[in-house]
Design a protein around this ligand. Structure first.
Ligand SMILES: *[C@@H]1O[C@H](CO)[C@@H](O)[C@H](O)[C@H]1NC(C)=O
Ligand SMILES: *[C@@H]1O[C@H](CO)[C@@H](O)[C@H](O)[C@H]1NC(C)=O
Ligand SMILES: *[C@@H]1O[C@H](CO)[C@@H](O)[C@H](O)[C@H]1NC(C)=O
Ligand SMILES: [Cu+2]
Length: 700
């Protein structure tokens, strides 16, 4: 890294400082983004620059809690920018001080590429359509030259290709044909791969497979109503389900601060991780207890499993290479989520620095969560009973990574748990197949002449814990049978088993793999906060069962670029800027010494009873099947982060029950403890056409 210059800019004197944020963790406002752009443009004068990223430089954890908990000063408001300059290799990075309106820490970084933007993607398609060599390949595949407007491409990050390294900004164009603009192009994949330099805006090479696979002549398999109806008609037995929330929502938002059912936290959003949840606390009957400093999806990788041709290059690190924020969808009321909805917009800028807003980027709403708890007494035929229904709060976003959709749901539960649900939907990445070609074992023929390759979706959940304070440890929890044999004094009947806790003392200890046989989970504990009943430390447990091993071998480019994906957990000491486990600059990095690999180092760092960060890998291994085509029904992945020995009892006993009747109330006939506002007056019997007002839940 070459340090260019330390700039003291006087040129900004005429600028007015933008309004300060309501909260130090708030994303940059459009006004702040414009101020950054203006300051940077002044600094660069007539030099030709294009903005890649303008984002909040979050305050340090120390300065944040100094401000929040110790009456310290408001942390400085800083923005970070990355830009490209015409004719110059590398990236320029700097920090803008939004109070003093000057630039600090400007540096020029060579040999790396910043994140791809939607504009990068949009150029690529124009470039391939007019390239004579691409046209030649299209004609060879059976597409008339005058049909080039029907040729499309999904521009993918190139991964890493040693032939070009990272000196040029490259994309590989996954080629498709769309006979009609309403057809799904994934029916008509082409077999060659142009490589596009997006700065030079030209095709620099075309990878052509040895075995050629001309354009399919099959009819398309589509999913929009006109086609779906033509094929089958729509089902007629689907009745509407209306959600009613007669009294509105039970959360309160003040700016980006959320308060809901004893939880309080900040909802942030950035170009890269999308939703970021910070400073999560739980009000335990007046005692506001910190749980997590920061939680986000910090990276993901989708490594494909076909070893032939150049398919190894398909292993998009969608968060670091495209950004869960940059690709986020504007959400629609009543479709993406139903009920009473609060939306947050997301603000970015384009290459020229002009403001860009994604309306309704984050959806905040509540859903019914079924039964929270229930118990009935058999002695009076279950008439003695209590049943309490649960509500959950959901902070969600949906992003599109070319063919795939990722729906991210951060669920907050009334018992103090946090559940992360990811739903995968969208379209399989497809490759051309010849008629009768055997696509197994590396892929599945999901439609005639359409090969969908095996792949994994692996996410890196980053947790910066603060369970009752900054100093935490991580304990591996395994359920183990007694070590003593059947018939021994210690285990005479052979039934003994226990929960075994192994404290991770060093980083090396923490590089663990999932183990279904021992129901392995991980407790983030505070060893100084001991539960007065159990004598065990307060903890939040990660219960995550969708934890496949990365299939790409050690030493492969896929494993090198996503070193975190080889472990189910890795825990490192907290340090500022330990944010992205595949590095800051992910596109085209070969990953020799990036992110988590660097932080792991020789593995000897102490991580016991200290300020730490945990990275957790979860996801699925996807062997495509015909049901996934032409559009995939959403596939759920879920994990739970739940309090264990954190509270001294079920923390949700104070949720009003829908219905409760004690034994003495049963004996007295009637007189149930009904909490009026929780009486359900909308449920009714199937045969009963009217809404029977006043019919309580538990009506038999
Ligand atoms: C930015 O401005 C402040 C206030 O004028 C000054 O103290 C600081 O040194 C400046 N920083 C740089 C890098 O010029
Ligand atoms: C349910 O929603 C539909 C569609 O918005 C509306 O036409 C209908 O009146 C609603 N029904 C009730 C009972 O609110
Ligand atoms: C946390 O642990 C560090 C050592 O890792 C120690 O210096 C510090 O005093 C501890 N803080 C608290 C609040 O216990
Ligand atoms: Cu998949």
């Amino acid at each position: 890294m070459e340090r260019l210059q330390q700039i003291a800019s006087q040129a900004t004197a005429s600028l007015k400082a933008p309004a300060p944020p309501q909260h130090p963790l708030d994303p940059l406002s459009p006004e702040e983004i414009s101020a950054v752009v203006a300051i940077v443009k002044k600094e660069y004068g007539s030099r030709k620059i294009s903005f890649n990223t303008v984002t909040l430089r979050e305050p340090t954890k120390k300065s944040y809690y100094e401000w929040k908990e110790h009456n310290g000063p408001v942390p400085p408001r800083m923005a970070q920018f990355f830009l490209l300059e015409a004719g110059k290799a590398g990236i320029q990075e700097g920090i803008v001080d939004l109070v003093n309106l000057n630039i600090t820490g400007l540096q020029h970084i060579e040999g790396v590429q910043p994140i791809l933007t939607v504009e990068d993607l949009q150029y690529t398609e124009q470039v391939i359509r007019t390239d004579p060599k691409v046209i030649e390949q299209c004609v060879l595949s059976g597409i008339p030259a005058e049909d080039m407007h029907k040729v499309y491409c999904d521009p993918w990050t190139i991964g890493y290709d040693a032939r070009w390294g990272s000196a040029h900004r490259l994309q590989q164009a996954m080629m498709y044909y769309r006979p009609h603009e309403d057809d799904s192009q994934y029916n008509f994949p082409l077999d060659f791969l142009p490589i596009v330099d997006t700065e030079e805006k030209k095709v620099i090479f075309i990878d052509i497979p040895e075995v050629r696979r001309p354009l399919s002549k099959q009819p398309p398999s589509n999913f929009y109503p006109s086609d779906a109806v033509k094929k089958y008609g729509y089902r007629t037995d689907v009745k509407p389900i209306n959600i009613t929330q007669p009294e509105g929502v039970s959360f309160k938002m003040t700016g980006n601060i959320m308060e809901w059912s004893n939880f309080k936290f900040h909802i942030g959003f950035n170009y890269r991780e999308g939703i970021v949840l910070s400073d999560i606390t739980f009000n335990d009957h007046g005692n506001v207890r910190p749980i997590f400093h920061r939680m986000s999806l910090a990276e993901m990788v989708v490594p494909y499993g076909d070893p032939s041709f150049k398919h190894y290059r398909k292993h998009a690190l969608d968060i670091g290479e495209y950004g869960a924020g940059y690709m986020t969808n504007p959400l629609a009321l009543g479709c993406d989520c139903k009920g009473v909805i609060k939306y947050l917009d997301a603000h970015f800028c384009d290459r020229s620095g002009a403001p860009l807003t994604v309306k309704h980027a984050v959806c905040i709403h509540e859903e019914d969560e079924g039964i929270l708890f229930k118990h009935s007494d058999f002695r009076d035929d279950f008439a003695t009973t209590i049943v309490t229904r649960a509500t959950r709060l959901i902070i969600s976003q949906i992003f599109t990574a070319a063919n795939y959709e990722y729906c991210i749901y951060w669920n907050f539960l009334q018992d103090g748990s946090i559940r992360l649900d990811v739903k995968l939907t969208g379209i399989l990445n497809t490759y051309a197949a010849n008629i009768g070609e055997v696509t197994a074992p590396w892929g599945t023929t999901v439609y005639p002449q359409v090969n969908a390759h095996n792949h994994q979706h692996l996410f890196s959940l980053r947790i910066d814990p603060r369970v009752d304070g900054d100093n935490n440890s991580v304990v591996q929890a395994d359920v183990m049978p007694s070590e003593h044999p059947l018939g021994s004094k210690e285990n005479p009947y052979g039934n003994g088993w226990y929960g075994k806790g192994t404290v991770y003392k060093t980083v090396a200890d923490s590089l663990s793999q999932a183990n279904a046989a021992t129901a392995r989970t991980w407790d983030i504990i505070n060893p100084s906060s001991i539960n007065k009943y159990s004598g065990k430390p307060a903890s939040y447990k990660i219960v995550s069962m969708q934890t496949p091993m990365m299939m790409a071998k050690e030493g492969s480019i896929q494993a090198n670029r996503a070193p975190w994906a080889r472990y189910t957990t890795s825990v490192v000491k907290y340090e500022e800027d330990r944010l992205y486990p595949s590095g800051v600059f992910v596109p085209q990095s070969s990953g020799p010494d990036i992110g988590i690999k660097k932080w792991i180092g020789d593995g000897t760092d102490n991580i016991e009873n200290t300020d730490l960060i945990l990275f957790h890998t979860f996801g699925i291994s996807h062997v495509p099947a015909t049901e996934d085509y032409p559009l995939m029904p959403s596939e759920p992945i879920t994990l739970l982060i739940r309090p264990r020995n954190f509270f001294t009892a079920n923390p949700a006993l104070d949720i009003p029950p829908s219905y409760a009747k004690t034994t003495s109330e049963v004996k007295a006939e009637g007189g149930a403890t009904e909490v009026k506002s929780f009486l359900d007056t909308t449920s009714r019997y199937v045969s009963d056409n009217s809404t029977s007002a006043g019919s309580a839940c538990c009506k038999k």
